[in-house]
Design a protein around this ligand. Structure first.
Ligand code: ADP
Ligand code: MG
Length: 706
């Protein structure tokens, strides 16, 4: 279909299925193919003797067909016996055509390749590949490439071969740089790639397959270098842009807004909050747009830091927008910020998807006129219809909950927004961006993942919190847990009970929230037990949340919709049902909903082993980590250990999406070199640096901005 290839001119020949498949894999330029490296290799350089092969080994043999018959009954299969003079072997084919039978007729000599199995019947091969015996043997190992269903391995091999001959493989990293890491510095890129695509048979295959071979290390180092340069370029490009100067000019007789806010707060900032507040204030006072990630454990008090940043912005006469991933969270922010700022004379607008047309129109008016200095809401904040008068600061809460595409849309939207405001003779103004996340990651990792961001970390909780005690309890002891709830309710406390799914799923057999809700309602007469799940209409969700926040509702049964940011300090007990099904960071986020006030808080992780005698190893490791520590950074470290780095942040996270081979945590040493070399290459050899980035990242670099 021509329409699926938007860039093809009308007269161009339609692409074949494999060509389309190549395009889909991002293999467009010759260099993309040259950098598409084998997953593993097959050794077709020699013929093995059946008497010498080992079970489990993939072997290539040449032998005479001595029997070929179709076995009927049970599962129909083609059974072929071959003899190479040293031993015999039975080949089984479960799907076959008459052409198979013809090629495998008795008396034919064939060359076959497959995994050897032993057993009762002697040596066997399941579905070996085969062709007539004789013919040249391969001189090098045969590469096996990652591919897709519509792209045959043989086609891809030819495409890579021809690309290797066509692509510009001249070196982009000068020898002096390569010497610093000592990974085959004398080899040029062409040689490294030729070797990795078709290594000589004498190489230790294991070192290629686990990527520990110096040629692989070299490639990973170059890839990391490209990623680091690219992020550095993005950062420098941003530094050249102009942003509004958010610096308060002293006005006689009136305290600046940030100070008024601090004076009105019912608490003093922690040292960590003050420090990150100053880091942000410094950025805002610069003429280049801020791109800062504020990370802090759940409950560390990021919201007030956001409010402070907003106050600085508004004091300077500009508008600020705060966006949250869910309506419930946005509403909590709205309530909290209005509570703090309305007494100081600030009008805050509110925007969400579920808003009535009339209410929305009013809000849009307030925003366009500039009467609303602060806008709080969900994604609705970045929709096309929203016209700010002079937006200078955008704050995104729980930014990890937004996908790359959404974050890209946001940045593009904000740029466009600023352009309409700027005076025509000047370059457009970019707003400052503050992103907040409660999924803290270790600092060095953060700097590599987000090499184009500044990172601020709140590493301290507000005082007076008693640590949350976490207990891991078998679901068989559910009654004791309900007893504990009764006790807490008598003390005037509130309880969250979290369930993983809303409907009974036969496959997973999870207790659903509705059932638990019914059970708790029956067990706790006279107590208001609420239910909250993601499929409820927004208005209903809000009503339930309001009852819980006001304290009227004692127990809130919910699915994970309460996961992010919800703040009800009187809630002191959290029960998580089927805790074994949650990821570690999700458990930690959930647990962070309690322990927000001064009362001693607890978290009960109810687990069920189903039919198994005990929990699986990773589930056990997760629950153990939860019971042992409350520290978000430590949790992140353990999560990394349990899940492995690839899954930890998800490929969609920023810079990591740019990496095919290297891994930011496993290849720490190479990364150190790349981080150090990137600015030097960019400054000393800008043309090479640019070429290097193009080679590795090509069209992907858009993603960097997200
Ligand atoms: P998070 O970082 O998870 O978004 P919040 O901003 O919701 O945390 O803050 C958690 C709770 O701590 C809120 O009730 C907030 O008002 C309170 N809080 C924030 N900073 C302080 C502080 N310095 N002293 C006491 N309480 C604070
Ligand atoms: Mg928060």
């Amino acid at each position: 279909m021509m329409t699926s290839v938007p860039s093809a001119p009308a007269h161009a020949k339609p692409l074949s299925a494999p060509q389309k498949a190549l395009q889909k894999l991002g293999l467009v330029r010759a260099i993309d193919l040259a950098l598409h490296l084998p997953l593993r290799y097959e050794d077709e350089t020699r013929i093995a003797r059946l008497s010498e092969v080992r079970e489990g080994e993939v072997a290539q043999i040449e032998a005479l067909v001595t029997a070929c018959e179709v076995k009927l009954g049970g599962s129909r299969q083609l059974l072929v016996t071959v003899d190479d003079g040293s031993d015999t072997c039975t080949m089984r084919f479960f799907s076959f055509y008459p052409s198979h039978q013809k090629a495998l007729a008795v008396g034919n000599r064939i060359r076959a390749r497959g995994e050897i199995r032993g057993g009762f019947m002697g040596l066997q091969m399941m579905h070996p590949t085969f062709k007539p015996a004789g013919g040249l043997l391969a001189q090098a190992l045969t590469p096996v490439y990652p591919t897709s269903a519509t792209l045959p391995q043989a086609y891809l091999r030819r495409a890579v071969q021809s690309a290797l001959a066509r692509a510009d493989l001249t070196d982009t990293v000068p020898l002096a740089f390569l010497n610093e890491i000592g990974l085959l510095p004398q080899w040029n890129m062409g040689r490294v790639l030729a070797f990795l695509h078709q290594p000589t048979p004498d190489v230790a295959l294991a070192t290629l397959e686990d990527h520990s071979h110096p040629a692989w290390q070299r490639l990973k180092a170059e890839e990391l270098l490209a990623q680091q340069i690219s992020q550095l370029q993005a950062k420098r490009a941003r530094d050249r842009l102009r942003a509004p100067l958010l610096r308060a000019l002293p006005k006689p007789g009136r305290q600046p807004l940030p100070e008024q806010l601090l004076a009105a707060l019912p608490f003093a900032l922690t040292a960590a909050q003050r420090r990150v507040g100053e880091e942000i204030a410094r950025d805002l006072a610069r003429a280049a747009p801020m791109h800062r990630l504020l990370q802090g454990d759940v409950g560390s008090g990021k919201t007030v830091v956001a409010a402070l940043a907003a106050a600085i912005c508004m004091e300077a006469g500009w508008q600020c927008a705060l966006m949250a991933p869910t309506e419930i969270l946005a509403e909590q922010h709205f309530a909290k910020l209005v509570g703090w700022l309305a007494p100081l004379g600030i009008t805050t607008a509110w925007l969400t998807g579920s808003q009535k047309t009339q209410a929305r129109r009013e809000m849009l008016g307030l925003i366009a006129s500039g009467e609303a200095k602060l806008v709080v809401g969900t994604h609705a904040v970045i929709q096309d219809k929203v016209q700010f008068k002079n937006l200078a600061l955008a704050i995104i809460d729980e930014q990890h909950r937004f996908g790359v595409a959404q974050r890209l849309a946001l940045r593009n939207k904000l740029t466009a927004q600023a352009e309409t405001e700027s005076e025509p003779h000047l370059s457009p103004l970019e707003p400052h961006l503050l992103m907040m996340t409660a999924t803290p990651i270790p600092r060095t990792l953060a700097m590599s993942y987000y090499a184009d961001l500044e990172v601020s970390t709140i590493d301290e909780l507000p005082p007076g919190r008693t640590p949350i005690i976490t207990k891991v309890v078998n679901d068989a002891r559910r009654d004791e847990v309900i007893e504990r709830i009764r006790h807490q309710l008598k003390e005037g406390r509130q309880i969250y009970w979290v369930c993983p799914l809303i409907e009974e799923s036969e496959a997973l057999d999870l207790t659903n929230a509705t059932e638990t809700h019914a059970q708790l309602s029956a067990a706790l007469p006279g107590v208001m037990v609420g239910l909250l799940h993601s499929r409820m209409p927004v208005a209903e969700k809000k009503a339930v949340m309001a009852l819980f926040t006001s304290g009227a509702m004692g127990v809130l049964v919910s699915t994970t919709v309460i996961e992010v940011g919800v703040d009800v300090p009187n809630a002191s007990l959290m029960v998580i049902e089927h805790a074994e099904r949650f990821g570690l960071s999700q458990l930690h986020q959930l647990r962070g909903r309690v322990g927000r006030g001064a009362a001693a808080s607890a978290c009960v992780l109810l687990y069920s082993t189903g039919d198994a005698p005990r929990l699986g190893e990773t589930a056990r490791a997760r629950l153990k980590a939860m019971a042992e520590t409350n520290d978000g950074f430590e949790i992140a470290r353990r999560d990394l250990e349990i899940r492995g780095p690839g899954e930890f942040l998800g490929a969609r996270q920023s810079g990591a999406a740019l990496l095919r081979f290297a891994d930011l945590t496993l290849d720490a040493e190479l990364l150190d070199w790349a981080r150090d070399a990137a600015p030097r290459l960019l400054d000393q050899h800008p043309a090479l640096a640019e070429k290097h980035v193009q080679r590795w990242l090509g069209s992907k670099s858009e993603y960097l901005k997200a």
